[in-house]
Design a protein around this ligand. Structure first.
Ligand SMILES: Cc1ncc(COP(=O)(O)O)c(C=O)c1O
Length: 410
């Protein structure tokens, strides 16, 4: 006889609530107070945003960082720096936030979605290769949940085909691929500082690069395209940019957060790796696979319900919640292009077909576009995992996962 599950009226593994993340304190207060005392909250001629950009770039060992207002903005800077022709193609991942995709479309580009590896949920380099055409300008990879994708393969592919490689690291601060930090292997790395991320400013973002020309274009786009150093009596705008400037209050928080970054990631890594070790005996659920030589940074923890399991991801999540463990099933639910009618129907600019009418390729976003991604999402259970969880909480999570794995039959 197995143990009675809480969802069937048994005793839950845990009744105590989990601790909340609390990621701002004295250090942030001090930096913000300095910014306020200066009475200058604009990034130009201020010190905080510039100091954050230097610190973030330096931590990644690259010369340039351009701060901005969100992860979406960080990706927009990267895409804008490519100066696309209407209808140019960018190959990207189907399991992501819409912030990865919207900037491509807003810049008149066409996102093509490469299907994923069935065990990591990350874009499969072979699938990406099959999509490359003479209109392809870049590959935009996403490190899902903090788990590095097969960056070496993407790096080689981009080199071989003369493409720009952009890394969406919104969920993957300080994740590593064979000892190299994500965001530094592609030409541009884009990060989010939104409230749920490893370091937070409420909203914010930064793009990093080692390429001076790309850095200049991103910095111009961030500031309405304004060339402030032109030295002419009239304004000179070099790119049709937007206003994505980070202000000094946000910069002050971001700068303070830099002192937390390494600890946040190493503590999450310990907990995530420990949880994977504790649940290694499970038969029907497996952790998201981490590629050899990679270090996950655990934005959240992904569990995959195996195909032969006698339950669905929804059943599993419901049973785990009943055991007192916060979790959810299926993350975004469907590949991102099926989550947004405007994208699915290719109606981006009013009723026109722009930019799809600038490319002879018949682009289709439907259920058959990325079947592996669809399957991955349907079997996915997501658990919050962060640096404020104690050893006891990780053990409770593991115990509950093992209990449900052994006893759930639906
Ligand atoms: C993979 C990915 N890319 C981009 C974004 C967009 O970031 P933001 O919400 O800061 O605009 C997110 C946000 O969750 C994300 O998870």
């Amino acid at each position: 006889m197995g143990e009675r599950l809480a969802v069937d009226g048994g005793k839950p593994v845990r009744t105590k609530p989990f601790p909340k993340e609390r990621k701002v304190g004295e250090r942030e207060l001090k930096e913000v107070a300095e910014a306020l005392e200066s009475a200058w909250l604009f990034r130009w001629s201020g010190s905080k945003v510039a100091a954050f950009e230097r610190a973030f770039a330096q931590r990644h060992g690259v010369p340039y960082g351009v701060a901005c207002t969100s992860g979406t903005a960080a990706i927009h800077l990267a895409i804008a720096a490519l100066q696309l022709e209407p209808g140019d193609e960018i190959i990207t991942a189907p399991i992501t936030d819409v912030g990865t995709v919207a900037p491509i479309l807003k810049e008149g580009g066409i996102p093509l979605f490469a299907d994923v590896d069935p065990e990591t949920g990350n874009m499969d380099p072979e699938k990406a290769k099959q999509l490359i055409s003479e209109r392809t300008k870049a590959i935009l990879v996403v490190h899902l949940a903090g788990n590095p994708c097969d960056l070496g393969a993407f790096e080689n592919l981009a080199k071989e085909k003369g493409l720009i490689l952009i890394e969406d690291c919104a969920q993957a601060h300080l994740a590593e691929y064979h000892g190299r930090l994500v965001g530094t292997i592609g030409h541009i790395g884009c990060f989010s500082l939104q409230q749920s991320k490893h370091i937070v400013t409420g909203d914010g973002g930064i793009s990093i690069t080692a390429d001076e020309e790309l850095a200049t274009k991103m910095a111009l786009f961030m500031d309405k395209g304004w060339d402030r150093g032109s030295g002419t009596p009239h304004r000179v705008y070099k790119i049709l940019g937007l206003n994505y400037r980070m202000n000094e209050l946000t910069g002050a928080v971001a700068l303070a957060q830099m002192e937390r970054l390494d600890l946040v990631v190493s503590e999450r890594r310990k907990r995530g790796d420990r949880l994977s070790q504790l649940i290694s005996e499970c038969r029907f659920v497996k952790p998201q696979k981490v590629l050899d030589g990679c270090q996950h940074s655990y934005w959240h923890y992904q569990l995959l319900v195996q195909r032969e399991a006698p339950f669905t991801a929804d059943d599993f999540a419901q049973a785990l919640q009943a055991e007192g463990i916060p979790c959810g099933a299926r993350y975004i639910g469907k590949p991102i292009f099926l989550c947004h009618d405007a994208i699915t129907n290719k109606r981006i600019f009013g009723h026109s077909s722009f930019p799809f009418d600038h490319n002879p390729r018949q682009v289709v976003y439907n259920e058959s576009t990325c079947p592996i991604a669809q399957d991955y999402l349907s079997r996915l259970v997501v658990l919050p995992l962060h640096e404020f969880l104690s050893e006891e909480e990780i053990t409770d999570m593991a115990q509950a996962i093992i209990k449900v794995d052994r006893n759930l039959r639906r």
